[in-house]
Design a protein around this ligand. Sequence first.
Ligand code: N5H
Length: 257
Amino acid sequence: MSGLLKGKTIVVMGVANQRSIAWGITKSLHREGANLIFTNRQERSYQKLQKLLEDHHIEATLLVTCDVASDKSIKEAFAEIKEKVGTIHGVVHSVAFANRDELQGEYANTSRAGFLLAQEISAYSLVAIANEARKLMTEGGSIVTQSYLGAERVVKNYNVMGVAKASLEASVRYLAEDVGKNDIRVNAISAGPIRTLSAKGVSGLNEIHSVIEEKAPLRRNVDQDQVGDATMFLLSDLARGVTGEVIHVDSGYHIMG
Ligand code: N5H
């Protein structure tokens, strides 16, 4: 441990299991000495998280229920954090959802309800969370979300999620302007493809991984730990001059024509 986050309290949203990007991030934040608060959608997910934390000898400051589809739930979660912990210095937003049947075929077939659901969970949630979290960031802060190249380019099958991530990345910029006056930074990591529970069952992942090995400058795929370290950097004071940015952690794949 080099203690880059010593004395900082960070809320991590989106750990489902050991393959979650948010879990890779958790390990990096813990290594650097952060106090960690976790949010989960359902209380029954606590057990899995608690086991992971135990296995890795990580002591959570607090576990809170938070359903990002509900303003009431978001408000209650941050009220509980305020009451039990007080000031926070960071938020990790690693949450997304789209209907599986809309992550294939033509984007043009996206339903109104499916479009709105992807936007609500994957993009609007950052807005609502930033607005609650800022009230607890009385010493300044850093908010980091997770995106993907499909926000910038057409990536086969990503479809409605690509449009939601475009909205998420634009939200990062608008939010950065709003909360910058309170010394709060907002940034995104655009990670290369990683096999997580969320993406389980979606087609075409194997092929995308081999293309990265062949074409990315570093000729290899990225993992949760690499995303964890880059996210840690953005949460730390090393990144104090960085806001409104999208950093690609993708072996350089996005620069290739
Ligand atoms: C081009 C690709 C591959 C195709 C698209 C993948 C999109 C994945 C993201 C969304 C969030 C996945 C999703 O919502 C799946 C759900 O419908 C079903 N899964 C679940 O309900 C599981 C159990 C839970 C845990 O998932 C969630 N989200 O709650 C993109 C890939 C190359 C890169 C990639 C995998 C990007 C990404 O955004 O994750």
